[in-house]
Design a protein around this ligand. Structure first.
Ligand SMILES: C[S@@+](CC[C@H](N)C(=O)[O-])C[C@H]1O[C@@H](n2cnc3c(N)ncnc32)[C@H](O)[C@@H]1O
Length: 249
């Protein structure tokens, strides 16, 4: 199977694999006071970039899960290298069937994953987040947002560009999905897609890492894939953005 876009970018050295980058993430995190008494779950943690940054900054503890076995291994190594294995528990789990009891967490974080699921699965995953959150708990998500209007061709081209059957939505459809899954109290922010934008990359990764990513991207074996993704996102600037949602149970 062709390598998924996020795995490809991670292999090139990218650590934040989300449409609105660190700015959207920071906006989400402003809505929660992270402290060591909070029980936090991050779903689709990938390399634990968020968890490591949050724990280093606030001293909180996090349970971080991902479905991909290799990614879980990588995340565990990164957490150990950061000396945070006592604060970040990394487990393999599926968002569609979380292995945690009802009402176990104060906060659930889930960035750049729901877009990868079909519509029924999206509702299932968000219902799981609702189930594991305590009353008054907060869900923080961040995904790809489509512009209004007919976007069938854009979705098809996105799927080809990133080798994932992704299905993003416009703002009103995203809102409806969250409401169907039980969340009625939503605070929403939207903005431009920064994933492959050079300025966005520098904000996410810093200049030195960005240069390394581009150096890896132009290697013979990576060039064609990178160019196709880069071109797709550049030509679809007006059609694609991010949506960040703070949803309260
Ligand atoms: C685009 S990456 C985003 C990673 C990270 N959240 C970020 O923003 O940088 C999507 C991640 O979702 C994970 N994933 C996909 N389906 C999942 C599921 N059903 N349950 C848990 N993780 C899943 C993938 O393994 C991958 O690490």
């Amino acid at each position: 199977m062709a390598e998924a876009g996020h795995s490809f970018l991670a292999r090139l050295g990218k650590t934040r694999l989300r449409p609105g980058g660190i700015e959207a993430t920071n906006w989400l995190f402003e809505h929660v006071s992270f402290d060591k008494n909070k029980h936090i779950l991050e779903v689709a943690c990938n390399q634990c970039t968020n968890a490591i940054a949050l724990v280093s900054k606030t001293g909180c503890s996090i349970t971080a899960v991902d479905l991909d076995k290799e990614v879980v291994e990588l995340a565990r190594n990164r957490v150990a290298e950061a000396g945070l294995s006592d604060k970040i528990k990394v487990e393999r789990a599926n968002a569609l069937k979380l292995p945690y009891p009802d009402q176990s967490f104060d906060v659930v974080i889930n960035e750049a994953m729901l877009t990868m699921l079909g519509d029924k699965q999206k509702i299932k995953a968000i219902s799981e987040y609702y189930r594991v959150l305590k009353p008054g708990g907060i869900l923080l998500t961040h995904d790809v947002k489509l512009a209004e209007g007919e976007m069938t061709k854009v979705i098809e081209e996105l799927q080809k560009a990133i080798h994932v059957p992704a299905k993003p939505h416009n703002e009103s459809d995203w809102r409806e999905i969250f409401t169907k899954a039980g969340f009625e109290d939503l605070t929403v922010s939207t903005g431009s897609m920064t994933l492959m934008d050079p300025i966005g990359m520098i904000k996410d990764e810093g200049l030195v890492r960005t240069l390394k990513i581009f150096k890896n991207a132009i290697k013979k074996e990576n060039r064609v894939y990178f160019k196709a993704m880069f071109h797709f996102f550049r030509t679809n600037k007006a059609n694609l953005g991010y949506i960040a949602i703070v949803a309260r149970k």
